[in-house]
Unconditional design. Structure first.
Length: 156
């Protein structure tokens, strides 16, 4: 097998594993299946939690969706009482989003369930494997960010 063929085989395996891992993680994550939320709504709640006072436009950018789609998503989350929406006092064109008490409670439960899940999963690996896995993910994240920066600068 040539280096190019080996690289292609590794890429194919990584892509296949990515799909399989995503499927397994959805099945292992009780918050997703026990709630009335879609996956996109859950991801939106996570962004709203981690970026207090996020604007509707910023949320749309993070979710990589049109602002009109984000507005519809936010309307549903407000109606379900997971988030609070208010108009910015500095700029009335901006809509500010934050978690409601129900949304905060939901996210806290989700985080605790994820911690328990990862603790269970990681316990199946030796300490050395845990370190190697973390190191590999950190490296993958770093090179991913570098590629994003190159793309944004028009270098790729």
């Amino acid at each position: 097998m040539t280096k190019n063929q080996e690289a292609e085989a590794i890429i194919a395996e990584l892509m296949d594993l990515g799909y399989k891992l995503r499927e397994v993680m959805f099945k292992l994550n009780p918050t997703i299946f026990k709630s009335e939320l879609t996956l996109t709504q859950l991801i939106a709640l996570q962004y709203i939690c981690h970026i207090p006072n996020i604007t509707l436009k910023e949320l749309a950018d993070k979710l990589v969706i049109a602002q009109s789609s984000a507005s519809e998503l936010v309307d549903r989350l407000v109606k379900m009482k997971y988030i609070d929406r208010k108009i910015s006092s500095e700029d009335r064109r901006k809509i500010i989003l934050n978690l409601s008490p129900k949304g905060q409670k939901f996210i806290e439960k989700h985080i605790e369930e994820n911690k328990a899940l990862f603790k269970n999963l990681i316990s199946k690996l030796s300490l050395e494997e845990q370190r190697d896995y973390l190191k590999a993910l950190q490296k993958f994240y770093k090179v991913s960010l570098e590629l994003v920066n190159q793309i944004e600068k028009g270098e790729v």
